[in-house]
Design a protein around this ligand. Structure first.
Ligand SMILES: C[S@@+](CC[C@H](N)C(=O)[O-])C[C@H]1O[C@@H](n2cnc3c(N)ncnc32)[C@H](O)[C@@H]1O
Length: 234
């Protein structure tokens, strides 16, 4: 049985510190600092005049803080299941900008946004908590409608592979990365919570879904082992 939304929220409530380092990003993610940089600079390159953004599953605010480095006048609305995460994000963001956006504590599946409100949407390491195909389709559609025409979405996330042999190889490589980073018991802990909590989809599933939802100019910015960064334009 996979974790419920409540269980996911409770785990993240206890894990704020791990998501509060802008230099390393979340170190359990391969290439975390590179991807933070790629996603945020690409968003700024595609929408240089952006004034409003949405950070889905903002955690402690790393992606918003990086966005503000390249687009200092941006107002970013934050979404997270976890109140302690949201509070930490708001504190850190208040240190660098007076243009605080709105904070929504809740499940992205249940929230509604004004049509065409945002120039940029980022979703980092959050969408892999979605379960059924219908949930994925409805969240992608919701984010599409929340963007203005010409606005862009940028996603970085854990992914799986449709070929089981490729999946096994990529998983083994990820295990080697984790064991080298902090030892074998750390690897086992991370694998256990992924098994319990996460339902990632393949990069191809997500690219197809972006296209089906209506996005164009779809780009893959990075893919390494079981992580990818990609996005597109409305
Ligand atoms: C792995 S953390 C990543 C945080 C941040 N984006 C980063 O990259 O540093 C995932 C975050 O997504 C949030 N989250 C998970 N499922 C969510 C959902 N269904 N709706 C909103 N937030 C969610 C969690 O509470 C957590 O803070």
């Amino acid at each position: 049985m996979k974790s419920t939304v409540n269980e996911i929220r409770q785990r993240f409530d206890q894990d704020v510190e791990r998501f509060s380092n802008l230099e390393t990003g979340q170190s359990a993610t391969i290439d975390a600092p590179l991807v933070l940089d790629l996603i945020t600079r690409t968003a700024a390159a595609v929408n240089p005049g952006a004034t409003r953004a949405l950070d889905v599953g903002c955690g402690a605010g790393n992606y918003t803080l990086k966005l503000l480095e390249v687009l200092p006048d941006l107002e970013v609305d934050l979404v997270d299941l976890s109140l302690p995460m949201l509070e930490r994000a708001r504190q850190r963001i208040a240190n660098v900008t007076a243009r605080a956006g709105r904070g929504f504590q809740g499940d992205i599946r249940d929230l509604g946004f004004e049509d065409g409100r945002y120039d940029i949407v980022v979703a980092a390491a959050s969408l892999h908590h979605l379960r059924s195909e219908e949930e994925w389709a409805s969240v992608f559609a919701k984010l599409y409608h929340a963007l203005r025409p010409g606005g862009s979405i940028w996603i970085s996330d854990l992914i799986e592979h449709s070929n089981p042999k490729v999946q096994a190889l990529m998983w083994e490589r990820y295990g080697e990365y984790l064991a080298k980073l902090k030892g074998e018991s750390y690897r086992n802990d991370v694998f256990a919570y992924i098994e319990k909590e996460d339902t990632p989809r393949s990069l191809m599933f997500q690219i197809d879904l972006l296209r089906k939802t209506g996005f164009r100019n779809i780009e893959i910015l990075h893919k390494n082992s079981v992580f990818a960064a990609f996005g597109g334009v409305k």
